[in-house]
Design a protein around this ligand. Structure first.
Ligand SMILES: [Cu+2]
Length: 124
């Protein structure tokens, strides 16, 4: 990632292991030889080096759409963000849970819509 500063890359929904960091362009031929697969630090934000790269590893066992982004707002606007789509697993622990009984169903609340329409008509 080209920039004048290190990028604090943050992942929602998981903690991950930082197995590699490096300067310059990532090289899939040589970088894996430098990975720390023995005792990598566990984090939820990795400082991706200025003009460098970072490699993270995590167990994708929390289904959902999880945002991964630089914590500098302007860098997000430059495109330093993405989403991991984690699909349901084959166990209860790795699948999206049923909504709780107290959660109302997803349907329009007509009284709220009526109030909103009325408010918007007054503003028009
Ligand atoms: Cu950044």
């Amino acid at each position: 990632m080209n920039s004048a500063e290190t990028h604090p890359m943050h992942l929602h929904g998981f903690r991950f292991y930082v197995v590699g960091l490096g300067e310059g362009n990532f090289d899939n031929g040589t970088a894996p030889e430098t990975y720390n697969l023995y005792d990598p630090p566990e984090m939820n934000t990795v400082p991706a080096p200025r003009d460098g790269w970072a490699v993270i590893r995590f167990r994708a066992n929390n289904p959902g759409v999880w945002y991964f982004h630089c914590h500098f707002d302007r860098h997000m606007s430059w495109g330093m963000d993405m989403a991991f789509i984690i699909k349901d697993g084959n166990t209860a622990e790795t699948s999206i849970r049923e909504p709780p009984a107290y959660m109302p169903p997803c349907e329009a609340d007509s009284s709220l819509l009526t109030a909103l329409r009325s408010y918007l008509q007054q503003k028009a």
